[in-house]
Design a binder for this molecule. Structure first.
Ligand SMILES: *Cc1c(COP(=O)(O)O)cnc(C)c1O
Length: 429
């Protein structure tokens, strides 16, 4: 494999920009690097031979930031904890969807989030975050970061969020020590939105030349197809690639995207903490990315039929689905500005409580009863007793995550078959 350079990969034909889905099979890889193989091999190797000692020295100088890169010079292959061709090709392709300079792939979504937090937060730092956030992230914010002298403050996703965020910044100690605002939008499982640009506006009032306040967005729920936070002035985008990017419920991985200066810092921490993905995971994700648009489009289209069916069903009290926001809802404007489609995640309240919810879940057959999301198969789960069971019960109530709520992740099955399964399960309640 030759030393790869960014400008070797054209993304245009006669000056016309090609779309990400058109580049997912070829960008970042040339068959002549690997005996003409149309697909990149799995580079199952821990280390890479240097052509000369001078080359080895040059690679390390860049990897460890000892000097600036020459124009078009990229770090050569050194050791698979630093870089690996499968990860690099994948990272190049990931940058296309979110239009970012750089990307880093991790062993899990939590590895991406934790490594990014530890890169930019130091003892004494404050991180402000939207609520609710993913359970693992919540635990990291509330139980692990404090052990390192990093405090966290939450504000609610949804209508009242920005006012609450502004209020937090009014406190002098918060304004002076906040290093990052982390948001998850849409929030899991309620689909409440956080206005990314409005958060960026609040940050702009408080950051100074000397002190950066980074805006990081967990884009797992809608991205990389239906929401592009960098466009709305976020600095960093995070993914659990276990979900839509992997898309087949067979791999655990994560991603962080952002500008080159930020990604250089993140990659140093990834190298030292050893939180990168392995080559086989990289290869599997390359395969997944080829069908990312097909899968996410099919899932989004089927979800609309399912959400419409639920909204009309007498045993459903309320549906939480972005495609049902109406113009009189203050979240509608945010949705129109920052989301390209409602995605494939739906939550709903069944009439009754835990007993009714469990009977419904136990009578599904095409939907699997499992946590996780974004795979080709449809999944159903009970947030209050499963994914969100460790959230404080009072907090959970405030977020509308009650015993009657069920969360669905819509897969690529025919929507009529999914609805038949739901109908059957409702008839058992
Ligand atoms: C699953 C998930 C994570 C954690 O990702 P893992 O790959 O399981 O480590 C983080 N954020 C969101 C929104 C998730 O759904």
């Amino acid at each position: 494999m030759a030393r790869r350079k960014k400008n070797m990969h054209s993304t245009t034909i006669e000056g016309k920009q090609l779309r990400p889905e058109s580049l997912m099979m070829t960008y970042g890889y040339k068959p002549e690097w690997s005996e003409g193989a149309i697909k990149s091999p799995i580079f199952q190797t821990s280390t890479f031979a240097f052509k000369s000692a001078e080359e080895g020295k040059a690679f390390f100088e860049l990897a460890y930031g000892l000097r600036e890169a020459e124009p078009n010079e990229k770090i050569g292959m050194i050791y698979s904890r630093l870089n690996n061709p499968d990860l690099e090709i994948l990272e190049d392709r990931l940058t296309l969807w979110d239009k970012s300079d750089g990307a880093a792939v991790f062993a899990s979504g939590m590895a991406a989030i934790a490594t990014t937090f530890f890169t930019f937060l130091k003892p004494g730092s404050i991180i402000i975050h939207s609520e609710p956030v993913y359970g693992g992230t919540d635990y990291l914010l509330k139980h692990i970061l404090p052990e390192f002298g990093i405090k966290s403050y939450g504000f609610p996703a949804g209508k009242t969020g920005i006012a609450a965020l502004e209020k937090l910044f009014k406190k002098e100690s918060v304004a002076a020590n906040t290093a990052m605002v982390f948001i998850e939008t849409p929030a899991n499982p309620t689909n409440s939105l956080v206005d990314i640009e409005a958060v960026a506006d609040v940050i702009a009032l408080h950051k100074t030349k000397k002190r950066q306040i980074l805006l990081a967005v967990d884009n797992t729920y809608l991205g990389p197809l239906w929401q592009h936070p960098l466009k709305h002035r976020a600095d960093l985008v995070l993914y659990s690639a276990t979900k839509y990017i992997g898309g087949h419920s067979d791999v655990i991985a994560g991603v962080c995207l952002g500008s080159n200066p930020l990604m250089t810092q993140v990659k140093i921490y990834r190298t030292i903490m050893g939180t990168m993905a392995d080559p086989w995971t990289g290869w599997l994700l390359l395969r997944s990315m080829e069908t990312l648009k097909l899968r996410m489009t099919a899932e989004m289209e089927a979800a609309r039929y399912v959400a419409d069916f639920l909204a009309k069903h007498p045993k459903v009290e309320r549906v939480y689905y972005l495609g049902h926001l109406t113009k009189d809802d203050s979240q509608y404007d945010v949705y129109k500005r920052q989301c390209l489609a409602p995605g494939g995640m739906i939550a709903f309240d069944i009439v009754g409580g835990e007993a009714e919810a469990f009977r419904f879940l136990n009578n599904l057959s095409l939907f699997r009863l499992a946590v996780s999301l974004g795979g080709t198969e449809s999944l159903a789960e009970h947030p209050a007793s499963m994914t969100h069971s460790d959230v404080d019960p009072k907090e959970r109530q405030k977020m509308n995550i009650t015993d009657k709520m069920i969360r669905l992740s819509i897969g690529v099955e025919h929507h009529e078959d999914l609805i038949a399964d739901l109908k059957h399960a409702f008839s058992a309640v």
